[in-house]
Design a protein around this ligand. Structure first.
Ligand code: HAM
Length: 441
C-alpha cells in the first residue's frame, strides 16, 4: 500500500508546553549566565575569526588552569588593583596548600606557565593566544558578569613598538571581521620606571589640597594608586581631572619615542585611535602603552590591554618585556547584537530521515551512520514517531529533502526521497541512497 504523505503543516513552531513545578530547585548564581545555543552562533563566529587572526600573526595556543595560587594574582595583577582587592573568588584548600583563586584574568598565569614550562628557553619572542572563562566577583550589571570569557593575545620577549601595534591591530581585526562598526581604540602611554615616579609625584602634589573634595575611592587612590585618580568616573572628581598634569608631557625621551612609534604603526594601517590621557587601566602591571577598545552601542570596553615590561620580574622571574590584549567575548556579542549584525546563515542539514514503524526506525538508525561515514549531514527526529510531526521537524530545520522509510520500503529495500518544496517524490534503492544524496549536496 503506497504511503499517504501529508504536506508538512507550514509555519507552525515545533514547541511543547511542559509544566515546570515549583519544586524545581535551581537558581543561577548571581552574576553568572548560561551560554545558550543562540549565543553560541556568535561565540563560534568570534572563535573562528579569532583563531584565523591568531594563526596569521603566528600566535600559538596556550591554556592555563582556571585556579592558580592567589599569590600569582596578588603579585602579578597587583595588590592595589580592584580586581585583587575586591573581586577574586578564593578557595581555601585543606592540607596546607594555601589559598587558590579562580583566575580573574589570564595574563599572570600565561607568564607563569611560560617560565615554569621552560618555554622561555626555546621561544623568544613568544606569541600566545588563549580563550576561556574568567571570574571576577563584581557587582553584576549590564555587560558585567562574574563569569565571563576572554580571548587574548600575549607577546613575550620584545619591547619593540611594532608589537604593541600588532596586538592592537590583531584585536581590532576581530571586531572588524565581526562587522562591528564605529570601533575606536583609546590609547595612552603611562611611562616606565624612569619617568613615571616623577609624574606620579607631580600628580600627588596637584591633588594634595583637593583630597577632602574627592570621592571616597579617589581619597583612597591618592595613597594606594594615584594614577587611577585619572580614570575616576564620579561627577565631583571630573573638574580636578580636567586640570591635572598630563602623563604624556612627562614621558622620558625613550617612552616618548616608543609611543610615537606605536601611533605611527597604527597610522600606517589606518586603525582609528584616540589619545586619551586619562586612560590608565585598572591592573597594576602596565608600563608604556595602554589601550581600550570601544564600539558604538556598548558603553564598556570590548577589550583592553597594554605593555607590561616588569611583570616577569615582579613574579620573581627574569626581565622579559611583554605586551598583550584581551577582549571579552560577552561584550563583543553585546556589540554585535546592539548593532544588529547578522551572522552568516547556519549550515543546514541536507535531509531529514523519516520513518514509520519500528523496523523502519531501526533501518533509519543504521542509515544515519552511513551518511556520517560519507560526510553528509542528515538529521533525524527519533523522538517523534508520527509522520506528521517528523515532517514538521523537516520543515522547521529547512531541509530540502525528506528521506522516508515505511515498513513497505524496508521490505522492498527502497527509500522515498521527497522534495520538501515541490512535494515531488521518487523511490530509490536503499543501497544507492547515500551516493544519490552525495550527488545532490
Ligand atoms: P581587562 O581590561 O581587565 O584586562 O579585561 C579585558 C576585557 O575583559 C574587558 O575589556 C572586557 O571586555 C572583559 N571584561 C572584564 N571584566 C568583565 C566582566 N565583569 N564582565 C564581562 N566582561 C568583562 C585584562 O584582563 C588583561 N589581562 C588584558 C591584557 C592582556 N593586558 C595585557 N595582556
Amino acid at each position: 500500500m503506497p504511503i499517504n504523505i501529508p504536506r508538512a503543516p507550514k509555519k507552525k513552531e515545533v514547541t511543547q508546553k511542559i509544566r515546570v513545578g515549583k519544586k524545581f530547585v535551581s537558581q543561577l548564581p548571581k552574576g553568572m549566565h548560561d551560554v545558550l545555543p543562540a549565543d553560541f552562533a556568535y561565540v563560534e563566529r568570534i572563535e573562528k575569526i579569532f583563531k584565523k587572526v591568531a594563526a596569521f600573526y603566528g600566535f600559538e595556543r596556550i591554556e592555563t588552569p582556571v585556579v592558580e595560587d592567589v599569590k600569582l594574582f596578588e603579585r602579578g595583577t597587583g595588590l592595589t588593583s580592584e580586581v585583587v582587592q575586591k573581586q577574586m573568588f578564593l578557595l581555601k584548600v585543606s592540607g596546607g596548600e594555601g589559598t587558590l583563586a579562580l583566575r580573574p584574568e589570564y595574563t599572570p598565569g600565561v607568564a607563569r606557565a611560560y617560565i615554569e614550562s621552560g618555554l622561555v628557553h626555546t621561544m623568544l619572542p613568544a606569541k600566545f593566544y588563549y580563550e576561556g572563562p574568567v571570574f571576577r566577583h563584581e557587582q553584576p550589571q549590564h555587560g558585567r558578569f562574574r563569569q565571563f570569557h576572554q580571548i587574548g593575545f600575549e607577546i613575550f620577549g620584545s619591547d619593540d613598538p611594532s608589537y604593541d601595534a600588532q596586538v592592537i591591530v590583531a584585536t581590532y581585526k576581530i571586531f572588524d571581521e565581526m562587522k562591528i562598526k564605529d570601533v575606536v581604540v583609546k590609547i595612552n602611554s603611562i611611562g616606565c620606571k624612569n619617568c613615571r615616579p616623577a609624574y606620579v609625584k607631580k600628580l600627588k602634589e596637584y591633588y594634595k589640597n583637593k583630597q577632602s573634595k574627592l570621592c571616597r575611592d579617589c581619597a583612597k587612590r591618592y595613597n594606594d594608586n594615584p594614577l587611577r585618580l585619572l580614570d575616576c568616573k564620579e561627577e565631583k572628581c571630573q573638574p580636578f581631572k580636567a586640570e591635572a598634569p598630563q602623563m604624556l608631557d612627562h614621558l622620558c625621551a625613550s617612552c616618548k619615542r616608543h609611543f610615537t612609534s606605536v601611533l605611527e604603526y597604527l597610522d600606517g594601517v589606518g586603525i582609528p585611535y584616540l589619545i586619551d590621557q586619562t586612560l590608565v587601566r585598572g591592573l597594576d602591571y602596565y608600563t608604556r602603552t595602554v589601550f581600550e577598545i570601544f564600539a558604538a552601542g556598548v558603553e564598556s570596553a570590548l577589550g583592553g590591554g597594554g605593555r607590561y615590561d616588569y611583570l616577569f620580574e615582579t613574579l620573581g622571574g627574569p626581565k622579559i618585556a611583554a605586551v598583550g590584549s584581551a577582549p571579552g567575548v560577552e561584550r563583543i556579542i553585546m556589540a554585535a547584537k546592539a548593532q544588529n549584525i547578522q551572522l552568516p546563515p547556519k549550515l543546514r542539514p541536507k535531509a531529514l530521515l523519516i520513518y514509520m514503524g519500528d523496523e523502519a526506525k531501526k533501518k533509519a538508525f543504521v542509515l544515519l551512520e552511513e551518511f556520517y561515514r560519507a560526510g553528509i549531514v542528515v538529521h533525524e527526529a527519533f523522538s517523534r514517531d508520527s509522520l506528521k510531526s517528523q515532517l514538521r521537524v523537516a520543515d522547521k530545520e529547512g531541509v530540502e529533502l525528506a528521506l522516508i522509510l515505511g515498513q513497505r520500503e524496508v521490505f522492498e529495500e527502497v527509500i522515498i526521497v521527497r522534495d520538501m518544496k515541490s512535494g515531488n517524490q521518487e523511490t530509490i534503492p536503499l543501497k544507492r541512497i547515500v551516493e544519490e544524496i552525495k550527488k545532490r549536496v
